[in-house]
Design a protein around this ligand. Structure first.
Ligand SMILES: [Zn+2]
Ligand SMILES: [Zn+2]
Length: 274
């Protein structure tokens, strides 16, 4: 396949991809597609269209996007970035596990923030700018939480959220700090291709393991309506114990209504039950 960056480095080609994604999977004739671009010359337009064929565009009854073309078009829609796009803080309905301060959700510079007003503890993660306007303000806290789960699932299954390349995981920090400045454990995920990185707390990594999710759901502790911290705050016991410094290994304890589950987080990010 030709270099995709070179293939897309042209206004007419990007306009072709935009026109085809807006056509909602209905193939467009040569003429209909030409008229949806700003290119004044059909010969020149045809040249660019042919360059895209075989990679991002295919011809069936008319012209339509290949799966790769849909992904590129979808990425452009999701990330159509307006730098001024911000969401003022939205009050959330639980309190910080670290300091009991109020929690708020907000959005700026392409990043969703679910943070404590008093100690700033919480989560910051990328959320697609083009998706913000699809939600009412009151629904955004929930949308951020669901998107975060998608990100966590994707990296813990070993795929980069940006480029779908392979990701390695490493437990980089054990829980510690001081009561005044607690430092949760941290797992670092690094893409082997695009060098994107993301870190998550160990508690987030273990919570979204299927068996732990099942534990929460079996007890009616909703994980998809808000950040997992809201469910953690409801538990009878939520604790982590360092069981080895080298290699770093942590056991978590989640207890609710007489039932408990103890996932163990290993140095390579694996979650096991032992
Ligand atoms: Zn706090
Ligand atoms: Zn990547």
């Amino acid at each position: 396949m030709s270099d995709p960056f070179e293939l897309l480095g042209n206004r007419t080609r990007l306009e072709i991809i935009r026109a085809l994604i807006q056509a909602n999977s209905s193939p467009l004739s040569f003429r209909a597609l030409f008229e949806r671009t700003s290119c004044p010359d059909s010969g020149n337009f045809n040249y660019h269209l042919q360059q895209l064929r075989g990679s991002f565009v295919q011809k069936t009854d008319g012209y339509e996007l290949t799966l790769a073309g849909k992904r590129v078009g979808g990425a452009i829609l999701a990330n159509s970035f307006a730098p001024e796009q911000t969401v003022a803080p939205i009050d959330l309905d639980w309190h910080c596990l670290l300091c009991d301060g109020p929690k708020q959700a907000s959005y700026r510079d392409g990043m969703a923030h679910i943070r404590c007003v008093d100690c700033d503890g919480g989560a910051t993660f990328p959320f697609p700018a083009g998706t913000i306007e699809q939600f009412e303000r009151e629904a955004l806290g929930r949308a951020f939480a669901r998107w975060l789960r998608v990100l966590i699932q994707r990296v813990t299954m070993g795929f980069c959220p940006v480029c779908a390349g392979r990701v390695t995981a490493q437990l980089k920090r054990l829980p510690g700090g001081t009561p005044a400045d607690p430092k949760p454990s941290r797992v670092q995920f690094d893409c082997q291709r695009c060098v994107s990185g993301l870190y998550l707390t160990g508690a987030s990594v273990v919570t979204y393991h299927p068996l732990v999710e099942q534990f929460f759901f079996a007890h009616g502790l909703e994980l998809h309506a808000a950040h997992a911290e809201r469910a953690w705050a409801t538990l009878d016991r939520f604790n982590s114990t360092i069981i080895s410094e080298a290699p770093p290994t942590i056991r978590f304890e989640f207890e609710y209504d007489g039932d408990r589950i103890e996932p163990v987080l290993h140095a390579n990010g694996d979650v096991r039950f032992e």
